[in-house]
Structures are given as structure tokens and as C-alpha cells.
Design a protein around this ligand. Structure first.
Ligand SMILES: Nc1ncnc2c1ncn2[C@@H]1O[C@H](COP(=O)(O)OP(=O)(O)O)[C@@H](O)[C@H]1O
Ligand SMILES: Nc1ccn([C@@H]2O[C@H](COP(=O)(O)O)[C@@H](O)[C@H]2O)c(=O)n1
Length: 202
């Protein structure tokens, strides 16, 4: 199994890049794991308490479960990938049965911060977009898709997103094998990654 890690700050375009990469690749051979599925289980907290969580700090992620799941997939076993709700700020009761594939792509802002998880990646890709571009995209996306308003996004950006990005996410760029500039859509880079995957699928 080839495991590709794709990291980068919020709004840089990780999900979009992953979708572009896997588009037209066989579903049975290439799978995706999102770091969002591994936000800590927080059912013991009230909704109000959950809104105060710093979701951009590594401790917000259940890396133990992510590591266990990636190890199981590597060993040829299927996993029940949790499903996360950005509206409820918590895992749902659903899971997605995820089978091992020849290629697994793991994407998320903090996946390169954890040494054991980092060591599982055969290829590490960091998607870069400037912070103003990321903030604009995040604002639009979170209002349209994640039930947020402008104040929520801007407060979170100032209080946690920006400092956490500088402290934890940006420094992991140094671990990347490939950095994809993504201020504009980058079809050349997407095609290069797709070529690497296709070679593995031959
Ligand atoms: N290169 C790009 N140029 C303009 N908008 C983009 C680009 N890449 C992604 N977007 C948009 O920005 C928003 C955030 O992208 P997304 O892929 O969800 O980022 P991430 O997964 O890194 O948080 C989405 O609405 C997406 O359509
Ligand atoms: N309940 C939550 C959990 C996380 N977030 C934000 O999601 C961002 C990571 O996802 P991307 O798709 O943007 O990479 C992260 O910056 C968290 O602040 C949230 O808003 N609510």
C-alpha cells in the first residue's frame, strides 16, 4: 500500500486537490482518509463547551485512533472511519466502512505534526496558499457549507487559526517531499501526483 499524506493550512485547497487527484482514478484502488474524521470524541461536553475547543491544536485530534486505523489498513484490514459533523462539533453515530486500497490518501491540517503518523507516509505533500487567500476561502466555505457566520470565522481566525497555523502547521512544510503552490488551481501539480499514483496502480 502506498500512503500519501497531504497537509497545509485551512483553506489551502487540500480537499479540492485530493478530489482532483482521485477524479478518474478507480475507486476500488484509491481511498481517502480525512483528519476531520479523527477529531476527538466530545459527547461529554455541552454544545457551548464544544464551540470553545481549539480545533487547530494537535491535541484536538485523536492521533491514536488514526494511527491504529492506518496500521490496520496497511495490514490489509478494513476500518470503520468515523464521520464528523462541523455543525455539531462532534463525531456523528455513523461510520464509513473503509477497505484497504493500493493507494490511500490522508489529508488534514495537522497530520505532519505527529511523528508516528508522519512515518507512515510514503509521500508527503504540503499544499500552500497565502494566508489572505486561505482566509477568504475559509470565510466563504464555512458560511456556505459549515453553518458559520462571519464573526465566528473571523474570531476563530484571530484567536486560534492564525497562531496555531504559525506554531504547528507552517513548520511542517519542511517535512514535505512536494510543495504544491495553490493560490491558483494547479492542474500541473495534480497531474504529477496522479502520474505517481497511476504508476503504482499498473
Ligand atoms: N486554487 C483554488 N482557487 C480558488 N478557490 C479554491 C482553490 N482551491 C480550493 N478552493 C476553494 O476554497 C475553499 C476551501 O478549499 P478546500 O479544498 O476545502 O480547502 P482545505 O481542505 O485545505 O481546507 C473551497 O470552497 C474550494 O472550492
Ligand atoms: N468543529 C470544528 C472542527 C474543525 N473546524 C475547523 O476545521 C479546520 C480544518 O479543516 P479544513 O478542511 O479547513 O482543513 C480547522 O482549521 C478548524 O478550525 C471547525 O471549524 N469546527
Amino acid at each position: 500500500m502506498l500512503i500519501i499524506g497531504i497537509a497545509g493550512g485551512t483553506g489551502c485547497g487540500k480537499t479540492t486537490v485530493v478530489n482532483q487527484i482521485i477524479n478518474e482514478l478507480p475507486d476500488a484502488e484509491v481511498g481517502v482518509i480525512s483528519q476531520d474524521s479523527y477529531y476527538q470524541e466530545t459527547s461529554h461536553l455541552s454544545y457551548e463547551e464544544r464551540t470553545k475547543i481549539n480545533f487547530d491544536h494537535p491535541r484536538a485530534i485523536d492521533f491514536d485512533l488514526m494511527k491504529e486505523h492506518l496500521s490496520q489498513l496497511k495490514a490489509g484490514k478494513s476500518i470503520d472511519q468515523p464521520v464528523y459533523s462541523f455543525v455539531k462539533h462532534n463525531r456523528t453515530n455513523d461510520t464509513i466502512l473503509t477497505h484497504p486500497r493500493k493507494v490511500m490518501i490522508v489529508e488534514g491540517i495537522l497530520i505532519f505534526t505527529h511523528p508516528d503518523i508522519r512515518a507512515l507516509f510514503d509521500i508527503k505533500i504540503f499544499v500552500h496558499a497565502d494566508s489572505d487567500e486561505r482566509l477568504i476561502r475559509r470565510l466563504k466555505r464555512d458560511i456556505a457549507e459549515r453553518g458559520r457566520d462571519i464573526d465566528e470565522v473571523l474570531n476563530r481566525y484571530q484567536n486560534t487559526l492564525k497562531p496555531m497555523h504559525q506554531q504547528f502547521i507552517e513548520p511542517t512544510k519542511e517535512y514535505a517531499d512536494i510543495i504544491i503552490p495553490n493560490n491558483k488551481y494547479n492542474t500541473v501539480a495534480v497531474n504529477i501526483v496522479r502520474t505517481i499514483i497511476n504508476e503504482r496502480l499498473l
